[in-house]
Design a protein around this ligand. Structure first.
Ligand SMILES: [Zn+2]
Length: 326
């Protein structure tokens, strides 16, 4: 099937409304993500109606269902602090695709697995303590190494054929609709904080870089005269906004997490508090986020880390929501 894009929207796919978006943009690339979630419905809610500061243009279900939340030419909030080939803050020029996928689960000594929200799952896919089951059992997933994960055994959820077929269609449609798109990247390769692991080892990125190469070969063969109008508008806007903000602010947050490995990782999405059990602040943490603890007071810890806007956030969190990053 061929997908068609009109006025920033893919025709014939489910649309979900959100008010979590920025201004207009010219798409220069695509960032692929996994959601770390278990259901399309949950992932779509997180990225559209929830109060979490996260949104995206596309969500792609395990069954191949494609949902669009934000038009392709409007800014969404999926990339966080990011940098790639001269681009910084990729939300402003890259389309996000969130693939419904758990990413990794950690194998426990009892043979069960722990997901990124600290829910325990049996090898056959049943959750411990409730009657939910996974789409496919983690007992059969791939055990793969990832340099950003702590010691231990991690199983990675595969991406499914229906999902990959739809992703091919979507990427092909985006490349056709937006000749300005020149890059297809994963969140982990653009994340400047050094802790993102999506899309992980299960997605063959060669498949997508090949689509880009094939297109540039086609363009070179077919139309030489079109080169001129294409080049002109591109050079100016790309260079200018990039150089200035890049040097100064980016260096600091980038170096820090690399030098001193974070002592904790958040298990949850939640807002930090001003004091132990005190007022809730506007500062938010998300599962997998690297945090340093300044002080621990009984069941509460005062932590700091860098949020998706690249701002340092600090506040109190219940210690049970942290795990040691060894
Ligand atoms: Zn991501």
């Amino acid at each position: 099937m061929t997908l068609k894009i009109k006025n920033g929207w893919v025709e014939g796919v489910r649309r979900v409304k959100t008010n979590k978006m920025g201004g207009d943009m010219v798409p220069k690339g695509i960032v692929l993500h996994y959601t770390a979630g278990w259901t399309t419905q949950g992932d779509v809610a997180t990225l559209s109606t929830s109060d979490r500061k996260a949104s995206v243009q596309f969500v792609l279900g395990r069954d191949g269902e494609l949902i669009q939340i934000i038009p392709c030419d409007r800014v969404a909030w999926h990339a966080g602090p990011s940098k790639y080939k001269g681009f910084t803050g990729l939300n402003n020029s890259f389309i996000g695709v969130e693939i419904c996928n758990a990413g990794w689960v950690k194998k426990l000594s009892n043979g069960n697995y722990l997901d990124q929200y600290s829910q325990e799952i049996k090898p056959d896919g049943r959750f411990v303590g409730n009657d939910r089951t996974t789409f496919s059992p983690p007992g059969g997933w791939h055990h793969m190494y990832h340099p950003r994960l702590a010691k231990g055994t991690y199983a990675w959820e595969p991406y499914y054929p229906a999902q990959l077929d739809k992703l091919d269609e979507l990427v092909a449609a985006l490349l056709k609709a937006y000749p300005t798109i020149k890059h297809i990247v994963t969140h982990e390769e653009i994340d400047t904080r050094g802790w993102k692991t999506d899309t992980g080892p299960m997605l063959n990125m060669r498949r997508y870089t090949k689509l880009l190469e094939d297109r540039s070969a086609d363009v070179a063969e077919e139309v030489t005269p079109e080169k001129a109008p294409e080049k002109a508008p591109e050079k100016a806007p790309e260079k200018a906004p990039e150089k200035a903000p890049e040097k100064a602010p980016e260096k600091a947050p980038e170096k820090a997490p690399e030098k001193a490995p974070s002592s904790y990782v958040s298990r949850v999405w939640l807002r930090l508090r001003e004091t132990p059990n005190g007022n809730i602040k506007d500062a938010q943490v998300e599962p997998g986020m690297a945090l340093q603890a300044k002080q621990v007071d009984g069941n509460w810890a005062l932590v700091y880390g860098t949020d998706d806007d690249g701002q340092e956030v600090t506040g109190w969190i219940r210690a049970e929501h942290l795990r040691k990053d060894t």
